[in-house]
Design a protein around this ligand. Structure first.
Ligand code: RB5
Length: 172
């Protein structure tokens, strides 16, 4: 290992360390538009700050554009965590994980939705609106947002290796 470097949550506002009210960025393509509206309502009911980057209609759009907007909000520290929704969750996830510092995963079970944060410092939850219903989606969002990265040595070591891969690829 060439050296360690900062995990994204280290510079983020305090809620990232406590599972409390957070600043959350959310985006969806047309496949996720209806579910996004329900999740925005849920986030609002829980007191979270919300950056909604769209889409704002059911007209067909391209999921990478929304993955980019969600990723940039986290990278710029305007949001602590992100939620991305498309039809399956997959396209949005693939696109989001191209951004250094973004750790996105499709989680359609509660265990993965919180353990992905606790062990892997996942910062973007991807959902498939054609796979999960709104009540399960809300529960997945809930456990994702209350989860906290454990910062255990073995997980930090592994994350630093992930970051090293990003750095190597960025350097060419
Ligand atoms: C759009 O039809 C669909 O491909 C998109 O929402 C998503 O499922 C991609 O993974």
């Amino acid at each position: 290992m060439k050296g360690s470097f900062r995990l994204l949550t280290e510079g983020a506002p305090p809620a990232a360390a406590g599972g409390g009210v957070m600043q959350v960025v959310i985006g969806a393509d047309h496949g996720g538009y209806e579910l996004k509206k329900k999740i925005v309502d849920y986030l609002s009911s829980q007191g979270h700050g919300i950056i909604d980057v769209g889409t704002h209609t059911s007209e067909a759009v391209d999921y990478p554009d929304y993955a980019r907007a969600v990723a940039n909000a986290i990278i710029d520290l305007r949001a602590e965590r992100g939620i991305l929704i498309c039809g399956s969750g997959v396209g949005a996830c693939v696109a989001a994980d191209k951004f250094p510092g973004i750790r996105a995963a499709v989680c359609h079970d509660a265990f993965s939705a919180h353990q992905g944060v606790e062990d892997d410092d996942m910062n973007v939850l991807c959902l498939g609106a054609r796979v999960v219903g709104p009540e399960l989606a809300k529960e997945l969002v809930r456990v994702f947002l209350v989860a906290v990265f454990s910062a255990q040595e073995r997980h930090v070591r592994r994350l630093n290796k992930v970051k090293e891969i990003e750095r190597e690829l960025a350097a060419g």
